[in-house]
Design a binder for this molecule. Structure first.
Ligand code: GLC
Length: 747
């Protein structure tokens, strides 16, 4: 007589044999047909973790109820649960105790690394090095997956033109072409080429869509993005992510055409799931379903659940809207169960794609967690991209690179800070794990004297709390000034504490926070040989420094290997090659300021006031998009442009005419001179990073096709119009050589 246990094994063996031949879609349909309505809704329900190791007992909410829901299979995913033991314990509850044993997704904000932190994404974007950016995401996935995480809420691909918004640190800058290329690289890095592998994780492109246009740069503020800007600026990086098979999309806290993005059918169903044929699932942002009532779009949580589900938001993060109200909404006929089935199918499909049904514990190998986190290979990669992310903004008197004969002072609180370089999104990492600037110099054996100069913030701070910035305590000034008098060069490290930029950290003043500007000016009075090293999470307005300080190095927040990267650049071991992914304004009053602006009817300076300008500021930025210097010089040759069968070919030679070998990021821009819908005065449509030895010359060639030369109408129709185009090539968006060409028609 076959025992009960043998019968169970026999049945599961038969099921798995049957499933082997099935496609993922067939497996999804087969599983869906077995699910009750509550179990389906459970897949759409995500709880936040903060679980006790002794068992799932979230510190927030009703721990017992969440535990019961796990056992009933009424939870599809959790976020903020990390560590093999924690993940395994919770996965076992669901797999062993719920009726169908559908494995959980374990999501987390792995934005730019896990234990090993790469530079913040805005810094990485300054490298324009797509291979290095992809590798950085690959390492993040390897480390995160070793701790049980199988899904990241990254890459953030919000284009933004407003550095007052603290989350610019998290994205790819102001340009949709660069932003799209980086989105693709990051998705490919996280997801790899085999999602069933245990070192690849599902990625999430966020925040869909237009969050980067938060009005006046104020966090969570309303967003007003017209359709023409939406299609041509905000959406392209998301489309690139979808074309790279991104497994999920997170919607946005903002509005779109007067409707919260979470409840926008046009965004989520018409564009994303319709036009783009997105096959993954949409997750809400934290409580964004509930917040539709606060927006004034829904009466209560039940109506919010109804509108979000119908609009195409498949999973509920921390509103408890779906788990509380969807069953009733289906039973009363307000929502068709097909809507639930479509959402659940998308979620199950990602779980099958990840191989979770074959092995729910594939990410739960304690040995991998021990061997892979923070290993030397990951440190090397972090150092490589950190160096490439540094942008040399000024070096007028060639204070850089320093020489062995230079008597050096290093001054600044941030020079000795081992946490701020990790940025604000360091959820899997540990404080005090970044290499400081001082440590970087120690490692290279460079002698220096150090003074703090001033403190940046009062007391300690943490991820969720406001910072208390020191705005009046000048303790340390005197010692720093005395030291400055005694040396040849001062390396002055100033900028933002790690929690001054990031989510929830908008600023109205983008100058050096606290008393740092005063320190800078006091030191300048006694010794002007200052190398200003900026550590910040966003473009800053530093007009005084730009005018008086001879050397300025933009080092952002470079992650774990920060100090080593900075020391290697300052000593000339690495020749800086980064270029700005976002414009640096002269003043906050110019914002939004960006390179790819439209012309106006009064662009040219006039002998009277009636032209487009300010009476108290220039129109131009302090440093433009794509700008960055090198220790060497690159000479750009004449541009050769020709019409080809499918577009335009442009080429030129670049020669290294300086004293150092180095990399140059050659940029190609176009201008569609006359068009049914006006086009920007320039648009980045190509870039190539090349390495040239001293005296070496190389040819660089670009091919432009219809996909480069067209645009989207406000209705979202991609259009190419024949006519004249300016083709521009140069080292940044301001210094460009131009050739005009006429395209008679687009066949
Ligand atoms: C936050 C962010 C989002 C993040 C989510 C989970 O509010 O907007 O980017 O992924 O909540 O932490």
């Amino acid at each position: 007589m076959v025992s009960k246990i043998n019968l169970t094994y026999l049945l599961s063996a038969i099921c798995s044999i049957v499933m082997i031949g099935q496609s993922v879609d067939q497996k999804v349909a087969d599983l869906l047909s077995k699910m009750t309505l509550e179990e389906k809704i459970g897949q759409m329900n995500q709880y936040n973790g903060f679980w006790e190791v002794t068992g799932p007992a979230p510190k927030e909410g009703n721990a017992k109820e969440k535990y019961e829901h796990l056992k009933k299979g009424w939870v599809g995913s959790v976020l903020n649960v990390r560590g093999v033991d924690n993940v395994k314990r919770i996965q076992e509850i669901v797999v062993n105790e719920s009726r169908l044993g559908i494995p959980l997704l374990f999501g987390s904000d792995i934005i730019h690394g896990y234990k090993t932190l790469a530079p913040i994404p805005l810094a990485e974007s300054a490298s324009w090095d797509l291979k290095a950016i992809e590798n950085s995401a690959r390492i993040a996935a390897i480390e995160a997956s070793s701790t049980g995480v199988n899904w990241t809420f990254a890459p953030m691909v919000d284009i933004s033109r407003d550095p007052r918004w603290g989350r610019v640190m998290e994205g790819g800058g102001e340009d949709p072409f660069l932003g799209s290329a980086i989105a693709k690289a990051r998705v490919n890095g996280f997801q790899g080429n085999d999602l069933t592998a245990n070192n690849t994780i599902a990625a999430t492109a966020k925040h869909f869509a237009g969050y980067g246009f938060s009005e006046s740069g104020r966090e969570y503020n309303t967003t007003n993005v017209d359709d023409y800007t939406l299609y041509n600026v905000a959406l392209p990086p998301f489309k690139a992510a979808v074309e790279s098979n991104v497994q999920s999309i997170m919607n946005s806290f903002g509005l779109y055409n007067g409707v919260p993005a979470t409840g926008s059918k046009k965004l989520q169903r018409n564009i994303l799931k319709g036009d783009w044929n997105f096959k993954g699932f949409v997750i809400s942002d934290w409580a964004s379903i509930m917040e539709m009532t606060l927006h004034g779009h829904t009466t209560d949580l039940k109506e919010a659940a109804e509108k979000a589900a119908i609009a195409g938001c498949d999973m509920d993060m921390e509103s408890y809207a779906y788990i509380k109200h969807l069953k009733e909404l289906v039973q009363e006929g307000s929502i068709n169960e097909n809507t639930i089935d479509e959402a659940v199918s998308r979620i199950l499909k990602v779980k099958f794609n990840l191989g979770l049904f074959d092995d729910p514990y594939k990410y739960c190998n304690a040995d991998r967690e021990k061997d892979l986190l923070f290993n030397s290979k990951h440190q090397d990669a972090a150092l490589d991209i950190a160096k490439k992310s540094i942008v040399l903004l000024k070096n007028d008197t060639k204070l850089l690179p320093i020489s062995k004969q230079d008597r050096i002072a290093i001054i600044g609180d941030l020079a000795d800070d081992k946490t701020s370089p990790l940025g604000s999104w360091r959820i899997g990492s540990d404080d005090e794990t970044a290499i400081s600037v001082l440590e970087g110099f120690d490692k290279l054996g460079i002698p220096y004297q150090y003074e703090k100069g001033c403190t940046l913030i009062n007391g300690k701070t943490e991820f969720t709390q406001e910072l208390s910035i020191n705005t009046n305590n000048k303790t340390g000034f005197t010692e720093a000034i005395e030291l400055a008098k005694k040396v040849d060069k001062i390396i002055l490290v100033l900028g933002e504490h790690g929690f001054i930029s990031g989510e929830g950290r908008s600023r109205t003043d983008l100058g050096l926070p606290g008393v740092q500007q005063q320190l800078l000016e006091e030191i300048y009075k006694v010794n002007s040989n200052i190398i200003l090293v900026l550590m910040n999470g966003r473009p800053l307005t530093i007009p005084w420094a730009a005018k008086y300080i001879p050397t300025i190095l933009e080092t952002w927040q470079l992650g774990t290997q920060s100090g080593n990267a900075i020391a290697e650049v300052i000593t000339g071991k690495y020749n800086p090659s980064g270029k700005l992914p976002m414009t640096f304004p002269r003043s906050v009053g110019q914002i939004p300021i960006y390179y790819n602006q439209f012309s106006t009817g009064r662009q040219e300076k006039q002998p009277h006031v009636f032209w487009s300008h300010y009476i108290d500021e220039e129109n131009t930025p302090l440093y433009p998009f794509g700008y960055g210097l090198s220790y060497t010089n690159f000479e750009y040759g004449k541009i050769n442009v020709s019409i080809t069968a499918d577009g335009i070919s442009a080429s030129l030679s670049i020669k290294n005419t300086g004293e150092f070998s180095g990399e140059e990021i050659v940029q190609l821009y176009i201008q569609d001179i006359k068009s049914s819908y006006v086009r920007p005065i320039k648009e980045l449509k190509g870039f190539e990073k090349i390495y040239l030895e001293k005296g070496e010359r190389k040819q660089v060639k670009f091919s432009l096709t219809k996909e480069h030369l067209g645009y989207y109408t406000p209705e979202g129709k991609y259009t190419c119009e024949a006519g004249e185009f300016n083709i521009m090539i140069g080292p940044n968006s301001r210094e460009l050589s131009t050739v005009k060409i006429n395209i008679a028609n687009f066949n």
